[in-house]
Design a protein around this ligand. Structure first.
Ligand code: PHE
Length: 489
């Protein structure tokens, strides 16, 4: 059955389908790989507390703004912005905010699927290990610490493997997006998200019972004010945005398939709460086994792809838990890559009047080209620094360049202009009729979108572009020692 929205387009078949799909979009590698790594690199509790504040004060107001624009426009993101602008008597150029979002979503898609490919490789490693060593034993039995450590660098340096796995991950994503909103995108969320939650809760219980749970709680939830430096704050706010899928017109696109009856404020709160809970639980899932194995919870991709496999080496049922873990990560990544692919696809469908399968194929083909460059950037093309002439991108390979470009520039810019658009430009009656808020919350939201979000986003943006200046400023304000505002991938 193809569900339709009030305009007769394909859309979510129910409110819960929308909620699951939006949670599927939000919950992804950002929650499972990036959040624990950022918390690890940025001193635990201070980062976690500030992250939650960013979600509530900046993330949720922008999330509601994005879904509101989409639901009102009932079209691909740029057209939705244009409709809201026209009905508010504002310039049509506001649609450029969404066009930038479409471009960002495409760029994120192109490297996100490379990381998805790495996850596929680890699934394969643990399946092979399970077959070789049996169900009950620890993972990688008989392999030395160094040999397990070397698995990750060996994989990312192997061009053919990373390129092919990227193409496979893209093809799986294409398979669902090409089938449409209610027939494909929704299905993947409705089936995979519940399975994801079961796996997450199961592995976390195992980890908390058998691992260093007390140390983990102390680490993640002890607030030490001196650790809250400018660097930590910037990392937290960037992470909050990436995790809620904001600034790439993703929630605008998903919002366009929501029917008129749905209360957007309530659903946005559910989506935000679910995303934040998953990030926190991911910390409670990963750190107890890492700490119990005597390893340091470090930052970066190494936490998931190197440290964690060592931890699985130390525990009973290590291969099985390792496999379950990477299947869970794969599910989360897929429901996010589906959202990332839908954003440019919906735009191509609307813009060029192409049938959905053709539009999705076109987007996939282009993403495959960019993805191949990203996949090779950790090996053969590691010396290629496409924007290396700009200080912000110095020394960065293709994948890291796209990551920095989107997370530090285009995503905060998209979110900043969205907040300004809804707070200052869009017709107040139009906004009020869509947002589902009343009373004090309504005033609070309006204040946040008009004043707090734009200012905070401007600071984030400047902090990302001029890390050294930001560091000096923080130091001058007594905000602790800051060397740079580098955000770990
Ligand atoms: N929020 C996703 C994650 O945490 C990533 C994403 C960004 C998905 C933007 C869609 C749009 O992994």
């Amino acid at each position: 059955m193809v569900a339709t929205t009030s305009t007769g387009r394909d859309g979510w078949s129910s409110r819960s389908a929308f909620i699951l799909a939006a949670i599927g979009s939000a919950v992804g590698l950002g929650n499972l790989v990036r959040f624990p790594a950022e918390a690890g690199a940025n001193g635990g509790g201070a980062f976690v507390l500030f992250y939650i504040l960013c979600i509530v004060l900046i993330g949720l107001p922008v999330l509601l703004s994005e879904t509101l624009i989409g639901r009102h426009g009932q079209a691909a993101a740029p057209e939705s912005y244009r409709k809201v602008a026209e009905e508010s008597g504002a310039s049509k150029s506001w649609e450029l905010v969404a066009t930038l979002g479409v471009l960002s979503a495409f760029l994120v898609l192109s490297f996100y699927c490379v990381l998805g490919g790495w996850v596929l490789y680890y699934m394969y490693l643990f399946v092979a290990d399970l077959i070789a060593t049996g169900v009950s034993g620890p993972a990688f039995d008989g392999m030395s610490f160094e040999a397990v450590d070397a698995l990750f660098p060996a994989m990312i340096a192997n061009g053919p493997v990373t390129v092919v796995l990227n193409l496979i991950f893209l093809a799986i994503t294409l398979f669902f997006v090409a089938r449409g909103v209610s027939g494909g995108i929704e299905k993947v969320a409705v089936y995979l998200m519940p399975l994801f939650f079961v796996l997450l809760v199961g592995i976390t219980i195992y980890s908390l019972i058998g691992g260093a749970s007390q140390e983990t709680f102390d680490y993640l939830f002890t607030f030490e004010p001196e650790k809250l430096t400018g660097e930590v704050m910037l990392a937290a706010v960037g992470q909050a945005f990436f995790s809620l899928s904001l600034g790439v017109a993703g929630m605008v696109t998903y919002g366009a398939y929501v029917s008129r009856e749905v209360n957007l404020a309530g659903t946005s709160a559910i989506i935000g709460a679910a995303d934040t809970s998953v990030a926190l639980v991911a910390g409670l899932c990963i750190f107890p086994i890492v700490i119990a194995a005597g390893l340091t919870p470090n930052g970066g991709l190494g936490l998931m792809f190197q440290t964690l496999p060592h931890a699985f080496q130390e525990i009973p049922f290590g291969s099985l838990i390792g496999l379950a873990f990477f299947i869970m990560v794969g599910f989360a990544a897929l429901t996010s890559s589906v959202a990332l692919m839908e954003v440019p696809s919906a735009w191509v469908i609307d813009q060029f009047r192409l049938p959905r399968p053709a539009a999705v194929l076109l987007v996939t083909a282009l993403a495959a080209v960019f993805g191949t460059l990203s996949a090779l950037s950790t090996g053969m093309l590691s010396g290629f620094h496409p924007l290396g002439f700009l200080p912000m991108f110095e020394g960065l390979g293709f994948l890291d360049t796209l990551d920095t470009l989107t997370s530090k520039l285009t995503m905060p810019i998209g979110a900043l202009f969205t907040a300004v658009f809804i707070g200052w430009i869009a017709d107040k009656r139009l906004v009020d009729s869509e947002n589902g808020l009343s009373g004090g919350l309504h005033y609070l939201w309006r204040f946040l979108v008009r004043w707090f979000c734009p200012l905070a986003l401007l600071l984030i943006l400047l902090g990302g572009i001029f890390p050294d200046r930001a560091a000096q400023l923080f130091a001058a304000l007594g905000g602790g020692e800051v060397q740079s505002a580098e955000v770990v991938e």
